[in-house]
Structures are given as C-alpha cells and as structure tokens.
Ligand binder design. Sequence first.
Ligand SMILES: [Zn+2]
Length: 248
Amino acid sequence: MSEHSKTLSVYRFWQKKLVEWKDDISHLIYPNSCLVCDRETPHKKNQICHLCETELHLTHFENYLEATKLDKLFWGRVQLEATYSLLHFEKENSTQAILHGIKYQNKKNLAREMGKRIGANLIKIEKFNTLDCLVPIPLHPKKEYQRGYNQSLLLTEGISQFTNTPSLENALKRIKHSDSQTKKGRFKRWENVQQTFKIDKKSLNKYKHIALVDDVVTTGATLEACVQEIQKSYPELKISILSLAIAN
Ligand SMILES: [Zn+2]
C-alpha cells in the first residue's frame, strides 16, 4: 500500500468514526434532543418531540381483526404464525427519515425506542402470546463492521424489554454479501437473496415460536428466504415476522 493510500484510508477511518460519534456526542451535550429530528425538547432523555410524534405514520395493525397488508404479502409464499409492523413507509414521509436515521446516521437510541414501541403493541396481540424467541435479520459481517451495528438487533433489544423474550443474534447468518437491493426489480431481488442465509442448526432447538425482526419490509423477499432456510431445519417451528416499517 502506498503512503498516499495509507493516509487516505486512515483519513476515511476517522471520518467514519466522527460520523458515528456525532450522534452519541450530540445526545451527551443535548440530552433532551428529539431522537428523530434532533431539536431540543422539553421532555426527558431519549424522547421523540411532539411534532415528530404527530407525524408518525402508525399502521395500528395491533387493532386489526382482519388480515393486514403485511399478512397478505406472505400469503401463498411461506406459512407464518403472525406478522406485525409499526409504521407505514412511503418516500418522503417521516418513516423514511426514521429508517435513514437508524441505518445511516448512527441513531441507535432511536432504533431501541422504536423496538420498545413494537414490543408495547405486541403484548396486545393474542397471536404473539406464545412467542419465545426473537431473531434479528443479520447484516453481512462486512456491512455490520462498516456500520458499526446491526439496526435489527437494536430493534430486537427494544422489543425484548416488553416481551421478555430472549434474542438470538447468532441463529441466522448472512453468508452472501448482496449489493444494494434498492434498484433491482422484484425477481432480481428474490434471486439475489436465495441462499444468502444459513441457520445455525442447534440454536433454535428449545423454541416453539420465534419472530424474525427486520427494519423494513418491501417485497418481503429477504424475510421469505430466511423463513425458508429456517423451515428446512425446523418444519414444526412457528415463525412470525416483526418489522419497524412496511413499504406502501
Ligand atoms: Zn422531533
């Protein structure tokens, strides 16, 4: 490696670290800033301001007696016990800012807070009463290293606080590094996620009903691939899906 590229990689390393720390530091200096918009709020630590609260696009799926859009998305694809998503996602709506924050702006506390809200609603849904384990959708190790955390694991930590279910972060592994999915068509995405995940064969032995946790469901291809991979080893296991957001 040349001197120049060494300097460049050191520079890039610290630049990335600074972006990572920015959120942590700003919450140290302004502990009352809103988790979503960063404006100062009169509330306690780690809260969402009144304006951002009113702008949340909640699904209210916890009140549905009929099948939700998320349930229907998986009909005819994989057998699921239950599904739940907290927010509707559309381009330019507030959910987009929340997802961007937890994926790219190091907003870990926001991810945990959103997880808590999912958990608080789950305990109202009868089908989730038997839930005994949470499995976050893994990132590829390289991507997790770059980002510094897995946002689905943070959501899972928040959910656990309400449901008291353990989270198994190593049950599933992402073995293929897939490119950004956003510009691919539906079939390409489906093709891309096949054989992307591997299950650790003994990890789920003692559980009867697990939930996979992801940040956003668009086509559902990623979750479908995970469910299929798990069902190969555990055909009797009940599997549910939890996500922060569902794309409209
Ligand atoms: Zn706000």
